[in-house]
Write a protein that binds this ligand. Structure first.
Ligand SMILES: Nc1ncnc2c1ncn2[C@@H]1O[C@H](COP(=O)(O)OP(=O)(O)OP(=O)(O)O)[C@@H](O)[C@H]1O
Ligand SMILES: [Mg+2]
Length: 319
């Protein structure tokens, strides 16, 4: 049995202009000890997947679908019970480097509090565990008395990881954990995460708009476009034989560093407005291979090779 299953998940936000179909019918699973990447441009729904699993959606809700952890359904569980799952079994390292840390407490106290709130540990015992966790993420335990602003960006991110590991979760969801960091620090943090994941045999969902990061860190990758999964497969298969025109574009495109908005050079346009997405394949307005059928009919997901799935009318065997 997979550790986590997500079935036909739909999560919408409700705005004055209408419902934003941020995640619109996606299914996937995560095995124990597996590292799964989720890639896609800004606004494709990646964080919404993470927040749906953590039951932290604000301004919207999961309108359909099931999520299970070790076979236990998570979405309808009373929130009181779910709070025990959050952090204890699934934890989140969030997008903003400072986001998950409280600026007015030293990092040792924050990790200690996370432990004492969720377990019967005494304060001293929890503090020792916090120091041990800091060592594990390669921060000198003497830094436990530092406040978040006293740490470098990379250290803060590693402190967040320490916090996410504090209660020995089975699954860690890391949403753009390294985006704010320089390339060298980014590589260090990712290497550390990969190492810890193998050592502790935990599952990871790593979210990034940067496919090269996922390529270095993950076993399997999901490509999301406009609230849907367009391709899913093992890292090697996806990099060597990408099938979907969007995956191909992502692989050959580089973030435009001059542009604040992170547009991709080589892939003109932007993802659509998810209040009123294009009919048929949502990628059709930007697709270099677009045909009439792509505008008329939504492609279904097919297995092109074992465990390599793609949703595109132009792939052999589709439609
Ligand atoms: N609270 C909200 N209210 C309304 N719309 C929202 C809300 N949060 C997100 N959205 C919209 O939902 C869509 C998906 O957003 P999401 O944050 O999941 O994307 P993302 O892939 O994580 O993007 P990024 O790479 O920029 O983090 C976007 O169109 C976004 O504008
Ligand atoms: Mg996001």
């Amino acid at each position: 049995m997979p550790l986590l299953t997500v079935e036909n998940l739909k999560t919408y936000y409700f705005t004055e202009k209408g419902s934003v179909k941020a995640v619109d019918g996606i299914s996937f699973s995560v095995e124990k000890g597996e590292s799964l990447g989720i890639a896609g441009e800004s606004g494709c729904g990646k964080s919404t997947v993470a927040f749906s699993i953590m039951r932290l959606i604000k301004g919207g809700k999961v309108v359909q679908g099931n999520i299970t952890l070790g076979g236990t359904p998570l979405l309808n569980m009373p929130i009181r019970d779910f709070r025990r799952i959050r952090w204890e079994r699934i934890s989140l390292v969030s997008q903003a480097a400072m986001g998950g840390l409280n600026p007015v407490y030293c990092i040792g106290d924050q990790i200690t509090e996370a432990i004492t709130t969720h377990t019967k540990s005494k304060k001293k015992e929890a503090w020792n565990r916090a120091e041990e966790l800091l060592k594990q993420v390669e921060i000198d335990p003497s830094r436990a008395r530092n406040y978040p602003h006293e740490l470098s960006g990379g250290m803060r991110q590693r402190a967040m990881i320490a916090m996410a590991l504090a209660l020995n979760p089975e699954l860690v969801i890391a949403d753009e954990p390294t985006t704010a960091l320089d390339v060298v620090t980014q590589a260090q943090v990712l290497k550390l995460m990969r190492g810890l994941q193998r050592e502790l045999n935990i599952s990871i969902i790593l979210i990034s708009h940067d496919l090269s990061i996922l390529g270095q860190t993950c076993d399997r990758i999901i490509i999301m476009y406009a609230g849907k999964i367009v391709e899913m497969g093992d890292v090697q298969a996806l990099f060597r034989e990408p099938q979907h025109p969007y995956t191909k574009a992502l692989l050959s495109a580089f973030p435009d560093i001059k542009s604040e908005s992170r547009t991709l050079t080589g892939l003109p346009g932007r993802p659509p407005d998810l209040i009123d997405p294009p009919t048929g394949c949502r990628f059709n307005p930007r697709c270099p291979q677009v045909q009439d059928i792509c505008k008329a009919k939504e492609p279904t997901m097919i297995e092109v090779m074992p465990k390599h799935y793609v949703a595109c009318h132009q792939v052999k065997g589709a439609s």
